[in-house]
Ligand binder design. Structure first.
Ligand SMILES: [Ca+2]
Length: 625
């Protein structure tokens, strides 16, 4: 197949710089040469100041003799200084630390640096001094995204998302060859720390992490009952204490980094910081909610328009604003009647125009969005605390920071955990509120649909990369289409290593993603054949700017994302050959992932009854367009 995956406006070739990055010094230097300097890692790759001073001091008289005049001497010194500066600027740093930050259910445009009105000064600073990707993709759901982040494979091929006819999914067990990034970084000298959501199979420490705080209770931000430190269960948090998960997760990361600085300063670190914010239930701290309590009275239509205008000005998008879709909500949502009965008359179950809401609904909906904003606001503050810790360690310059969300904002509206007390303050521990489809549409501005759909609103995430020592660009955009599967190859390249070719004598399949390191220097320089999605029966494939996408059992829709990122004009009827071409490619790759998932015999489903076989055959049909 042709290698088509180039943006029309950003088709480009790999730069010569890439060769420099590919062969990092870390690959050729012994361990001691990769150590961080106590005052910042950049020093490890520059000529030391002491050496420069010695050189200038001892050479001064020699220069005077050779140059013969003060002017010529000054010129020579300038030339030498310039040469050193160029050399230092182009030097490849020693192996960088990695900070990988994941938000949970945060929308494409929630952060300020992606057009949102939510105050995210720490993320904004990372964006101003780093890169923002405009077409970065996740998998539209928590657990498959985490499989991609940590293994580098499509979740279906490692049995971490459902593929019809294959045993696996949210409870699936990975094949032996699907090792975690932390396991791959260990032989490269890294220490790895996990703080927050896990949602991958297997214990953390056996998965290569040196420390872990794993929050397994996704219904309680104030008093989780099910959580683990270093794979040992912690006592439940007592209700009424000052615990808040977002703060605690950041605190654990800071604790790991402090220990790292004290005991392992000679080694690079990989900190996996996986927040659960702003996933439902909408639980937020009162002081954060107060900042936003009057901000959303204008409603989701106005907020969408405002975000859209800001995003256009920032150059993040060039498409129309998608229309509100009032007909599509998750199949597992409570009915509107149940929502009103259990939450109150202010709840709304559909993304209808704001003007059609009652006054009571407007007030309640505005309060819900204030909770969502407050949760992101707090997450940004906690990210700031972690960044301060890294600065204190003198490691900020040579830490590569990635920020992303695991899926688009969610239209889910369910009640679980400690249920919902209608008399309690919204956002408190006694409440169980969800963002819902109206505000989710605003959070995903300007894109269509929500978490769990394969339309752009479900699978698009902000993606910030910040690395002062290794990326010269400041505040630039990258339109290079990219995906979570690219993180492992990117980080392995930065760490100066490659994944194993065999494990226990068995071949390890090649990674499907591409290193994004060339895109750090030049937009469009990462090419690929395709990107592929499947979740809950929803499916999509992107080849070049063409995207084929369908909801469960619905016919394929075709979009030209180069002009229509908001998927507003379905071109399937105009280009039937393109539909066939992409549809066949989607099926071909689904079969490849099925082969990978079942090759060790463990992905094969158990023996089935005739009825189950009929169902399986039906599922097999579903996988074919
Ligand atoms: Ca999620």
């Amino acid at each position: 197949m042709k290698r088509l995956f180039l943006s029309r406006t950003h088709a480009g070739e790999r730069t010569t710089k890439h060769t420099k990055y590919t062969k990092t010094k870390a690959e050729t230097l012994p361990q001691a040469d990769c150590r961080e300097s106590p005052k910042g890692d950049r020093a490890a790759t520059r000529p030391s100041l002491h050496a420069i001073r010695s050189f200038f001091g001892s050479s001064f008289r020699v220069f005077r003799v050779f140059c013969g005049s003060t002017e010529l001497l000054l010129l020579s010194l300038c030339a030498l200084a310039l040469a050193w500066h160029v050399d230092a600027a182009e030097a490849v740093p020693a192996r960088p630390n990695i900070l990988l930050i994941v938000a949970d259910d945060m929308g494409f445009s929630d952060a300020g640096c992606y057009g949102g009105e939510i105050q995210t000064p720490n993320l904004n600073r990372l964006a101003e001094n780093g890169l923002r990707f405009t077409q970065f993709y996740n998998t539209a759901r928590c657990w498959p995204s985490r499989a991609c982040i940590l293994t580098g494979y499509y979740a279906q091929s490692v049995r971490r998302d459902q593929l019809p006819g294959v045993a696996g999914g949210g409870q699936g067990v990975r094949p032996k060859w699907a090792r975690l990034l932390s396991q791959q970084l260990k032989p490269l000298g890294y220490r790895s720390y996990h703080s927050g959501k896990w949602h991958v199979d297997g214990p953390r420490l056996a998965g290569g992490f040196d420390h872990s705080y794993s929050l397994e209770d996704h219904d309680r931000y104030f008093a989780p009952r099910n959580h683990f430190e270093d794979d040992v269960k912690l006592p439940p948090v007592q209700p009424g204490s000052d615990f808040y998960t977002t703060t605690f997760i950041a605190g654990h990361a800071i604790k790991c980094l402090q220990e790292h600085a004290a005991k392992y300063a000679g080694q690079p670190f990989f900190q996996y910081l996986a927040f659960t914010s702003p996933h439902f239930p909408l639980h937020a701290l009162p002081q954060d909610v107060a900042i936003y309590q009057d901000r959303y009275q204008a409603g989701w239509d106005v907020i969408r328009q405002e975000r859209y205008e800001r995003m256009k000005k920032m150059g993040l998008i060039n498409c129309a604003l998608s229309k509100l879709d009032s007909g599509t909500v998750p199949g597992w949502n409570l009915s509107e009647e149940k929502l009103r009965e259990q939450i109150g008359p202010g709840e709304a179950g559909r993304a209808i125009p704001w003007i059609k809401l009652t006054a009571e609904q407007k007030q309640f909906q505005a309060a819900k969005m204030a909770l969502h904003a407050a949760m992101i606001h707090r997450m940004d503050l906690e990210i700031g605390r972690v960044l301060d810790q890294i600065k204190t360690m003198g490691a900020f310059e040579n830490t590569v920071i990635f920020f992303m969300s695991d899926n688009g904002a969610s239209a889910e509206q369910i009640i679980r955990g400690d249920l919902h007390d209608r008399t309690a303050t919204p956002g408190s521990a006694q409440t169980f509120l969800s963002l819902g489809p109206g505000w989710s549409s605003a959070a995903n501005t300007p894109l269509r649909l929500h978490k769990s759909w394969m339309h752009e609103g479900g699978i698009s995430t902000p993606f910030i990369v910040h690395w002062p020592a290794g990326i010269k660009a400041r505040g630039e955009l990258r339109r290079n289409p990219s995906h979570l599967i690219d993180l492992v190859p990117t980080i392995l390249e930065l760490a100066g290593g490659k994944g194993p070719k065999t494990i226990d004598g068995e071949a390890v399949p090649p990674l499907p993603g591409q290193s994004l390191v060339p895109a750090f220097t030049k937009d469009g320089s990462v090419t690929r054949e395709y990107l592929w999605w499947f979740h809950d029966g929803n499916r999509a494939i992107r080849i070049g700017d063409w995207k084929l996408v369908a909801d469960h059992e619905a016919p394929w829709e075709l979009y030209d994302l180069g002009q229509d990122r908001s998927e507003s004009r379905n071109l399937a009827a105009e280009h039937p050959n393109k539909v066939s071409e992409l549809g066949e490619a989607w099926t071909k790759h689904a079969e490849e992932f099925r082969t990978l998932a079942t090759a060790d015999g463990q992905g094969n489903p158990p023996a089935r009854t005739p009825a189950a076989v009929r169902k399986k055959n039906q599922q097999q049909q579903e996988i074919r367009p």
